[in-house]
Ligand binder design. Structure first.
Ligand code: RP5
Length: 170
């Protein structure tokens, strides 16, 4: 089956963060592709990636970058697909805020759905949620994922109570 989600990043040094998006998409059994596209070092490749994305069957693009993180915004400026931006605390990032603000503070008209610093897992979940709005099987997988999160928390609540911590709530 063709990739539905495109995961791109400014450098292979971003992979250790971005592979969390790939891992959760695998868990949801969603096909994806993953490669390096640099806004600054390969601007023509970036334009080609964005202009061909929809025709290649992609539905959502996840773009991660650090420092002067222009990749998600530039991809969003070209494609009509939704773009999820992952700010990365990279070697050239001052403290992460540079990456966050470069991706978050887009001008009116060109939105990028920005997740937390290094939040690639949430980017993958958000991409799956977007697809799940239209595809029943994926939507059901998201519902199951969330109820599993709830069950995990309730197990921890029960354990804390069993360990003797005062709880008059449940
Ligand atoms: C950004 O510069 C990349 O997204 C990466 O986060 C950062 C550092 O890249 P390298 O110098 O490690 O290739 O464009």
């Amino acid at each position: 089956m063709a990739a539905q989600v495109g995961i791109i990043m400014g450098s292979d040094s971003d992979l250790s963060v971005m592979e969390a998006a790939a891992a959760i998409l695998k868990e949801f059994q969603i096909e994806f592709e993953l490669t390096v596209v640099s806004a600054h070092r390969t601007p023509l490749r970036m334009i080609e990636y964005a202009t061909t994305a929809r025709d290649r069957g992609l539905k959502v693009i996840i773009a991660g970058a650090g420092g002067a993180a222009h990749l998600p915004g530039m991809i969003a400026s070209i494609t009509s697909l939704p773009v999820i931006g992952v700010p990365i605390k990279s070697s050239n990032s001052i403290d992460g805020w540079d990456s966050i603000l470069s991706i978050l503070q887009m001008p009116n008209g060109i939105p990028v759905a920005t997740v937390a610093l290094n939040g690639a897992k949430n980017a993958g979940i958000l991409a799956a949620t977007i697809l799940g709005a239209f595809e029943k099987k994926i939507g059901e997988a998201i519902i199951a994922y969330k109820s599993n999160l709830e069950a995990e928390v309730l197990n921890k609540v029960a354990k804390m109570k069993k360990d003797g911590w005062m709880n008059t709530f449940d």
